[in-house]
Ligand binder design. Structure first.
Ligand SMILES: [Zn+2]
Length: 64
């Protein structure tokens, strides 16, 4: 499903009109063809940082 940055939400494929958001009319990119939404990438990065932090805590705990 394409993501609309202006509305800050996913838009149903069936409601997209000529590649534009039906709510605000902004041209939106299909997430399957275009770049990933930055929020999705940020979420993955945040999860990775959290897991590394937890692993680090575990190593520190085991070493004491
Ligand atoms: Zn929109």
């Amino acid at each position: 499903m394409p993501w609309c940055d202006a509305c800050d939400r996913l838009v149903e494929d069936s409601t997209v009109i000529d590649g534009a958001c039906p709510t605000c009319g902004t041209q939106i990119v299909d997430t399957q063809q275009g770049p990933m939404p930055w929020k999705f990438r940020f979420m993955i990065a945040a999860t990775a940082v959290y897991l590394i932090w937890r692993a680090w805590q575990l190593i520190m705990w085991l070493s004491h």
